[in-house]
Design a protein around this ligand. Structure first.
Ligand code: SF4
Length: 253
């Protein structure tokens, strides 16, 4: 067997190990959140917008208040601007609230109140970037779109030993392609939730729980003692965050 073929097989083996290990590890009840395990696109979208630039602990009460005040997207669309802004008070990044209202009114007036049910339709909503569209598409409609956020970059960079800067053009392409190839296409919602929970609870930015990690036997960063250096971010992109969609800077999971 040529070296190239053997490397390819190793990579496929690694990918299968990763997929199987992640799904076997995932227990939805270990991290219950009100927007998990539901398929109401309006509620999922609300949670995703609130959790952009906001941590779960802070965003939870806002999510519950919004759902109670506006049980449907039509209720939100009909709400006065100042009432919605008041409810948003304290969360910051008020453009999110303005986008929420604009999108709710668009769905109500232009789409007859029916939330778009395709990836491109969701992506067309104001305030929705690639990450958020993939999350809504998979969680609400079980469509095969892989989420790629900070947690996913970190988990993939460490497990597969990828040192391409995650915020470079090449890095974004490499990570996105890998994430798409790893996605369990017959259960995208489950897989996406699993990798997000895994990044949020096991493969943490600092002090990852490698001792309890179901993937540790094949983890390249652990084997090569490179955990602290992965994922890599380019200095240029650090200085130039304006190039990034703030919509997809997820702090939450
Ligand atoms: S072994 Fe550690 S670094 Fe590797 S995937 Fe598991 S938690 Fe992350």
């Amino acid at each position: 067997m040529s070296q190239a073929v053997s490397r390819y097989n190793k990579s496929m083996d690694q990918q299968h190990f990763f997929q199987r290990g992640l799904i076997a590890w995932y227990q939805p009840e270990n991290r219950p959140l009100p927007w998990k395990g539901i398929n109401n696109p309006y509620h999922i979208w609300l949670s995703e917008i609130i959790l952009q630039q906001t941590r779960v602990e802070q965003g939870m009460s806002y999510y519950l208040r919004f759902v109670e005040a506006y049980p449907s997207i039509r209720d939100l669309a009909a709400a006065p601007d100042d009432e919605v802004m008041k409810l948003w008070e304290g969360l910051g990044y008020y453009s999110r609230a303005r986008n929420l209202l604009a999108a709710a009114r668009y769905v109500t007036t232009e789409l007859g109140g029916v939330f778009p049910h395709t990836y491109t339709g969701i992506l067309a909503l104001k305030g929705v970037g690639a990450y958020t569209a993939a999350a809504i598409a998979s969680f609400a409609f079980n469509l095969p779109h892989a989420v790629v956020d900070g947690n996913v970059f970190r988990v993939l960079a460490r497990f597969f030993g990828i040192s391409t800067p995650q915020d470079s053009t090449a890095g974004k392409k490499e990570f996105t392609q890998l994430a798409e190839s790893l996605l369990q296409r017959d259960q995208p919602a489950l897989y996406n939730q699993a990798i997000m929970d895994f990044g949020a609870t096991v493969c943490l930015p600092r002090n990852p729980k490698c001792g309890q990690c179901p993937l540790h036997t094949e983890c390249v960063a652990l084997r090569d003692k490179r955990i602290a250096e992965l994922p890599v971010k380019s200095k240029k992109a650090d200085q130039d965050r304006a190039f990034f969609s703030l919509f997809d800077l997820q702090l939450r999971r």
